[in-house]
Design a protein around this ligand. Structure first.
Ligand code: SF4
Length: 280
């Protein structure tokens, strides 16, 4: 693959604090949001880039330079967000960046709907996997994200990720060095989906690190689905959390219920995470 002529599409890159503490610390993750996604979730918070194509074309050589710039700027890691459809290109860029001095941990931040064979090609290149295990029900996955066989495929992908890097390992300062953290976004009026998802994860390993996310906001096409057209409730979060404890999981994070709408990115801005537009 020629680095100068191969194109990849990126929506935003920079130092970012939008992940759990072990992945951002005080310095920020070196995050790269790729344009496009292999799912089409009706409630996607990043729908502008996952489904509407916002972003800019870069050569793979430029991606290598971006990775190395993030390292120079003091990023804690290289955080690849929605990388799946660009896997082949990203792999080439990572190999080249490592040849040119990349020494930060690399995070693969995905929806877990990925081929095991593809993931195998990242063994030794990715240090930390952050899959979002979204569904325990294939019908729901089809209804809300337009994909088939999510459950089987995501479970196999998560097992492969764990085989490569093991469970999450933190430094004594609480910074992630290596390993797997599985996220789960709770959807309103779909608690059974969350309870079963946790049971499936326990079948993989009850020492997994889990991050329960309550940041759901009814945006994009969620209004077309009455059950999705609201926030999740404290009761729903408590029910899922209690099940997590009952199942014996002891490691991970739970996001508080709150108004997360102020954190919704707007990728039409120069910095999608600033509330006010910054002028040059
Ligand atoms: S998998 Fe994530 S990024 Fe992709 S469409 Fe769904 S919510 Fe958006």
């Amino acid at each position: 693959m020629d680095l100068k002529s191969t194109i990849i599409r990126i929506a935003w890159w920079g130092l970012h604090f939008g992940e759990e503490f072990p992945f951002v610390g005080d310095k920020g993750a070196g995050t790269i949001f790729f344009t496009g996604c292999n799912l089409r979730c009706v409630y996607c918070q990043n729908y502008q880039i996952s489904q509407q194509g916002i972003g800019k074309n870069y050569s793979l050589q430029e991606l290598v330079e971006i990775i190395l710039k993030l390292q120079e700027r003091g990023a804690l890691n290289i955080d690849l967000v929605t990388p799946t459809i660009w896997a082949r290109q990203i792999k080439e860029a990572l190999v080249e960046a490592k040849k040119n001095g990349l020494r930060l941990p690399v995070l693969w931040n995905s929806n877990a709907y990925e081929e095991v064979e593809m993931l195998k090609t990242f063994e030794g290149l990715v240090d930390i996997y952050l899959p979002d295990f979204k569904y325990s029900d294939n019908e729901l996955a089809f209804k809300y994200s337009g994909i088939k066989n999510y459950v089987e495929k995501a479970k196999a992908a998560i097992k492969e990720m764990q085989r490569q890097v093991g469970n999450l390992k933190l430094t004594k300062e609480g910074i992630a060095e290596r390993g797997l953290l599985v996220r789960h976004l709770i959807l309103p009026n779909n608690i059974k989906n969350s309870l079963k998802a946790l049971e499936y994860l326990k079948e993989i390993d009850d020492n997994l690190y889990i991050s329960l996310m309550s940041q759901y906001e009814p945006i994009h096409r969620a209004k077309d689905f009455p059950e999705l057209n609201q926030d999740i409730t404290q009761k729903e979060l408590d029910t899922v959390f209690n099940h997590l404890v009952e199942l014996g999981f002891e490691n991970g994070w739970v996001q508080d219920i709150g108004n997360h709408s102020e954190f919704l990115p707007d990728f039409t801005r120069k910095n999608p995470f600033e509330k006010e537009e910054i002028k040059d």
